[in-house]
Structures are given as C-alpha cells and as structure tokens.
Ligand binder design. Sequence first.
Ligand code: GLC
Length: 427
Amino acid sequence: MRGKGAAALAGLLGTALVLTACGGGSSSGSGSDGSSGRGPFTFVTGKDNSGTMPYIADEWNKAHPDEKVTIKQQSDSADQQLSDLQQHFQSKDANYDVVTVDVVWTAEFAAKGWLVPLKGDDAIDQSALLPATVTAATYNGTQYAAPYASDGGLLYYRKDLVSKAPTTWDEIIADCKGKTTSGTIKGSKPACYAGQLAKYEGLTVNAAEAINAAGGTIVSDDGKSATVDTPQATTGLDFLVNGFKQGYIPKEALGFKETESLNAFAAGQLMFMRNWPYAAAILSGDSSKVADKFGIAPLPGPDGHGASSLGGHSVAISQYSNTKASALDFLKFMQSDAVQRNDLTVGTLAPVTSALYTDAALVKKFPYLPDLLKSIQTAVPRPVTPFYPAVTTAIQTNAYAALQGSTSTADALKSMAAAINSAAAGG
Ligand code: GLC
C-alpha cells in the first residue's frame, strides 16, 4: 500500500496519537517516547509460587489509588507463560499493560515491536543493578525491559546425609553410593540427583549448564551458528544421559519442571537437586520435610564448580497499553529497595540490585548469598536471537532424545547443531 492510501493511514494514525496524548488517561502522561496514559492497569506474570505478589499489589495500590494494579497470574511453566504472551501481543491486547519477560524472550519481543523501549524520557537509571541483568533486558543496544528478579542455578543437598557439599559430578555419584535408590524414586531412601529435565525451557537450562561446565558451548558469540557438536559438549551432556543409564538420576526426572523437582526434594525423595534460589523459601516452609536438613552450594561440574545458565525476569511495558505512564512508574517501583528486599526475604528471589548481596543482615539470614551472587556473575546467557523459540526447541528435542536413550549423545548433538543452524537462520 503506497501513495494516497498510505497518506490517509498516516493521517489517521496522527489523529489517533493526538487523541491518546490528550485524552484517555485520567491525568497527564509523561515521556516523549509514547509513555503517556495513566489509570488502572494489569500486570501479567507467572504463577506466584513465592508469595511475593500480595506485598507488591498492596504497596503499589496504597500509594496509587487512581492507578491500581491488577495482577494476572499465568501458569508456572515458562513455555506456557510465553505462548500466553505471544497470543495476547499478536492480538494487540490493550489489557496486558505490564508483562514479565524471561531473559530469553527479550530479543523476540523487542524484534517484534511488542515492548516500549526504555530510552529517552523513559530511561530508568540502572546503575545500582547487576550488569548481567541489564544486558539480558537489552537488545541491539536498546533496553526494552526493567530487570526485576535475577536467577542463578544452585545445588540443594541433604546436609544430614553428606558432610559437605560435592563440588564435582564424580563426588555427587560417590556420595550417593549406598545411600540412595537407583533408577527410580521408591520411597525408603532418596534417589540421587535431579534437575529440570522435562522437555521444556528448563531442559535447555540444565543441558546448557552441563555442556558449559564441561567447557563446551552451544552457539557462537554472535548467536548465529551452532558450536555444540564437540567432545566437550558430549562430556557435559553425558553427565545427564549417564544419570539415567546408571541410575543416579531417577526416571521420574524426565517429567520434572521446577515444581516437580522441588516437591520431590521437599518430600525427602532426592539427595541432590539443581534448582533456582526461589526453592530455598519453599524448602524452609511448613510443607517441607527437609526444612532443617538442606544446604545450598554452587553447582558442581566435571573438575570443580560448574557454571549456571543465566535466568531471571524483567518487567516491560506493552506497546498496546493505554496506561504507559503508570506502567513506567510501576517498573521503577519493582526495582525499588522495598520490593527487592521483600522478594528476597519472603520468597528468596534473587535481587537485581547489587547492594543487597553484601548487606550484612541479609547475608547473616541467607548465608548462601555470596554463592548466589557468584552463580549469577559467572552465569552463561542462553543464545540471544529473535529466533530463540526455534533454537531452544532444537536444544530441548535433541537433548531429550539422548536422555531417553533413543539416540546416542554424539548423534543428538550432531542433529542439535543442524537444527540450531537452521533455526538461527530464521528458517
Ligand atoms: C526460571 C528462570 C528463567 C528460565 C526458566 C526455565 O524461571 O528465571 O530464566 O527460562 O526458569 O524454566
């Protein structure tokens, strides 16, 4: 459509912009980058397993009676959260004002124009934050989302059953001998080890961690070509594959996402578990059978500590929101000391603000904070590409086939590499 039609459309859009700028919101807007419009809005976020949302809603609503937030919780599976957001953005839903963005979705959402860039008058001072969290919210040099909770993998272990945390994979296996059941969860003794090994985003995280810990990589630095068909990557993935073959990972773990692995550990059914920091609060709670029996340590690797995949979430403003000015204030509120502190103390979520990791009172209460900080600072980002959904599918599908034993580790990595290359090329 060119010529007259385009001019007419431009005219219409111009009118619409003027209308939004003048009316719509209950009070004046702010910002020159489209962040106008004030009023009640909706915040769409994953299931609140950590119980931190009531504080957020109460504190915000008390201070903003004309701009109240309604919190809409999605499922607790990363994949389902993503498809819900994709559907609502595709239909230009004006009611998904503020959304939670997993670090691996930034590129796709930004490239599709779904998020308001946080630049110009909409820029937020991010100097108090861990740099990795800001990088993960940035695409092509522009920040599109405000980091809100970081995430780094940790090893949860039964300190009543082992005298010190293992630092290598071999130590995990040795620690389990004689103390654990093999191949399955049976009830009398715990099984040895599990992470998140169902076929979904969590498997990409766990497979990448195993591969990175063994010195392998998945894609080149520019994110465009696969680098995963190597002996190092084979050694890494084999830690998980051999777990099923040799019985140190119970077969039930093929269906484990975060919640299932956490439930098994909380029920005393696992000696070691890889999980995110949020697990600590739940494991210390009333429904846990191991509340005073677990310790937290860095993730092990083949020859000493491994490296986590960088996880975490930001909050971002939808381009289709009519309350962008309120939303921008809400993003700043989510990074405030009060919210960051409450998220840590109530939900053991990993703060994005650096200072909390060295706050003496907090370190006393959560002695693993320095390990968590290190986990985040040394974490390896997953591939950054607008085609991430296809790239992660390539990783999950092939890793899962190897875990199930339907293909060898080497063949799985070969076909993973081929699938990544075609996904990263956009096809
Ligand atoms: C956690 C991480 C997120 C990751 C997801 C996988 O929520 O913060 O980055 O994608 O787990 O399940």
